[in-house]
Design a protein around this ligand. Structure first.
Ligand SMILES: Cc1cc2nc3c(=O)[nH]c(=O)nc-3n(C[C@H](O)[C@H](O)[C@H](O)COP(=O)(O)O)c2cc1C
Length: 256
């Protein structure tokens, strides 16, 4: 005959089990944290390589990425002056923490904050693709801004003229798959290639519009059923190409 379980015994068993499970989850989280960081870095580098155009037709492995990154040089840009900072401590700089730190970032006023990011870091890490002669063949700019459900993080790549768009990519967002998530659709991303970020006077020339852009127009089709995410992308592009973003860096390094 099966013994009757006392409520005390059930409670103790449940308690021990819950402690064991939470210990297991905590240990797994700690043990996997490093692997997750490595994966995040790999994914970010993969996006940089893709948007630079250097990985076309190349299988993306740790080795091929390492090879591609011999041509890609990170730079620290002072966004307030547009100057590239020399002797910058890349190892100990995290843009995301900087953008939350009052000493390392500026609070944006309502009218400034068109990308809905609240604060903008003083120093941004960009990536220059260098040719054999040390010439800048492309520049990869980090961009972020709010869509409908989330802040989208990505890169916008410009050619060596500092205005022709090479590509756009997002490495992190929480928009709905099939709707706002269509920002990841290669077909939509391909619309950006060859468009002009700036006109000849240095004014921002690119827009994401609602609906389809006219043939030959310097505009990107909106995303059907995801007007709000598309508007978010338009806002973030305008912010990061603008005076509070990379306009001064572009002016100093590509137009003068
Ligand atoms: C469950 C759900 C998820 C949605 N996700 C998105 C989204 O990720 N991005 C977006 O812009 N709109 C999303 N929408 C639609 C918006 O609410 C809104 O209708 C849409 O942006 C309008 O775009 P349209 O004018 O092209 O139809 C979602 C709607 C629902 C019901």
């Amino acid at each position: 005959m099966a013994g009757k379980e006392s409520p005390r015994r059930i409670l103790v068993t449940a308690f021990v089990l819950s402690i064991a499970c939470s210990l297991f989850v905590s240990i797994a989280a700690v043990a996997l944290a490093e692997a997750q960081d490595v994966n995040k870095l790999f994914d970010k580098q993969r996006n940089i390589a893709t948007v630079s155009g250097l990985s076309e037709g190349v299988a993306m492995t740790v080795e091929s990425l390492r090879e591609i990154f011999t041509q890609i040089v990170p730079r620290a840009v002072d966004l307030d002056s547009g100057e590239i900072l020399s002797d910058f401590d890349f190892e100990n700089y995290d843009e995301r923490s900087a953008s939350r730190d009052p000493e390392l970032s500026m609070k944006l006023s309502r009218s400034q904050d068109i990308a809905s990011i609240k604060r903008r870091e003083h120093v941004s890490l960009i990536y220059e693709v260098l040719g054999d002669a040390g010439d800048i063949q492309a520049v990869i700019l980090p961009i972020r801004g709010y869509g409908l459900w989330s802040t989208l993080h990505g890169f916008l790549a410009l050619e060596g003229d500092g205005k022709t768009i090479l590509g756009i990519t997002f490495f992190e967002h929480g928009e709905t798959a099939g709707l706002g998530g269509e920002v990841d659709n290669p077909k939509w991303k391909s619309l950006w290639k060859g468009k002009s970020a700036y006109d000849d006077q240095g004014n921002i020339a690119i827009s994401v519009i609602k609906g389809a852009a006219a043939p030959g127009a310097n505009a990107i089709d909106g995303i059907s059923g995801a007007t709000l995410t598309a508007r978010g992308v338009d806002n973030m592009i305008k912010f990061w190409l603008g005076e509070l973003g990379f306009a001064k860096y572009i002016e100093k390094n590509f137009r003068s």
